[in-house]
Design a protein around this ligand. Structure first.
Ligand code: HEM
Length: 310
């Protein structure tokens, strides 16, 4: 009866049981302390290094956008395979050791139960909250993937994308323009390196205001790896990023472009004025992102070591 209802509901386009087998209480019976272990591990790591909050949020995004949220970002390259993490767009990702640490502790308690993909999703959730952002509960039950290839990372959005390209890139994965802008709000955390924005300094960027160009040039005078924060509070999850866009202080072209088109400008203005609205939209967009192309059953596995396929 239940199954019949479910099938009907799915056919009707709405499934009260969730579109996949992910569940909030997925580990309740087999690993009840998984959430707590991840949270404690993330909190400890962020106390030592608050900049890791940004890294963990970005890791979840880069995991989900390539091959779905399946921990593929964690796989190390081998002599026969260059993995996602070694692509140019991923070289500045950090925080892998936080995931390893949580995984090791979880494996001691309940071996072979909790996937690395779920740990990445939980770590991002806990990092957002630790940095002062919203707390959102996430469903679990993702399996880990067996594929991680450098060439797949071509599908990450580029910092040179304009609004149309961003809307398309996110639209292909089922996100609305509003969700794309909310997710871009993750740039309230962290930094970018000069190499990610120096292209703007060649004089060809109509969105770059001259005072801000001076700031960026100064940063870049220290080299390609010199870092510039996205907003004035890079370790705090707030709506300063959107206010920076209004002041034309968006760091990447893909940030500032959101303020240049009427459709997304209205959303930016809304989030800049109303942080609570940003938080609400961000948390539901993150939960949605965490469901991208997840693997279940025999489509995936629970890795023993997050860096290696079993
Ligand atoms: C909209 C399209 C996006 C583009 C083009 C983009 C691009 C970038 C680039 C180029 C950097 C700097 C990398 C570096 O120079 O080292 C960066 C950093 C970052 N991105 Fe994005 N990103 C996008 C969306 C997102 C989303 C959806 C999230 C998370 C939900 C996210 C989270 C972050 C975070 C937190 C950082 C800072 C990382 C750190 O400080 O270690 N980004 N992004």
């Amino acid at each position: 009866m239940l199954i019949a209802m479910e099938v009907m509901a799915v056919r009707g386009g709405f499934n009260p049981f969730g579109v996949d087998g992910l569940r909030m209480d997925y580990y309740m019976m087999n690993c009840p302390f998984a959430d707590q272990i991840v949270k404690n591990t993330v909190n400890r790591a962020l106390q030592d290094d608050p900049t890791l909050a940004a890294a963990l949020v970005r890791m979840h995004f880069h995991d989900c956008f390539i091959e779905g949220c399946d921990g593929s970002i964690l796989i190390d390259s081998t002599k026969d395979n260059t993995a996602e993490k070694d692509s140019p767009g991923n070289l500045s990702l950090r925080g892998y050791e936080v995931i390893d640490d949580a995984k090791d502790q979880i494996e001691e308690q309940c071996p072979g139960v909790v996937s690395c993909a779920d740990i990445v999703a939980m770590a991002a959730r806990d990092a957002v909250f630790w940095a002062g952002g919203p707390f959102y509960e996430i469903p679990k039950g993702r399996k880990d993937g067996r594929r991680s290839k450098i060439e797949d990372t071509i599908n990450l959005p580029f910092p040179t994308f304009n609004t149309t390209e961003l809307i398309n890139a996110f639209g292909q994965r089922g996100f609305t323009a509003q969700e794309m802008v909310a997710l871009s709000g993750a740039h309230t955390l962290g930094v970018a390196r000069c190499s990610s924005f120096k292209g703007r300094l060649s004089g060809s960027d109509p969105l770059l205001e001259s005072e801000f160009a001076k700031t960026l040039s100064k940063t870049c005078s220290a080299g390609d790896n010199a870092q510039q924060a996205f907003d004035a509070t890079p370790n705090t999850f707030d709506n300063f990023y959107f206010n920076a866009l209004i002041r034309k202080n968006g760091l990447l072209f893909s940030d500032q472009t959101l303020y240049s088109t009427p459709r997304t400008r209205a959303i930016v203005n809304g989030y800049a004025m109303n942080q609570a609205m940003f938080f609400l939209d961000f948390q539901s967009a993150m939960v949605k992102m965490g469901r991208l192309n997840i693997k279940e059953g025999s489509n995936g596995e629970v890795r023993a070591n997050c860096r290696k396929i079993n």
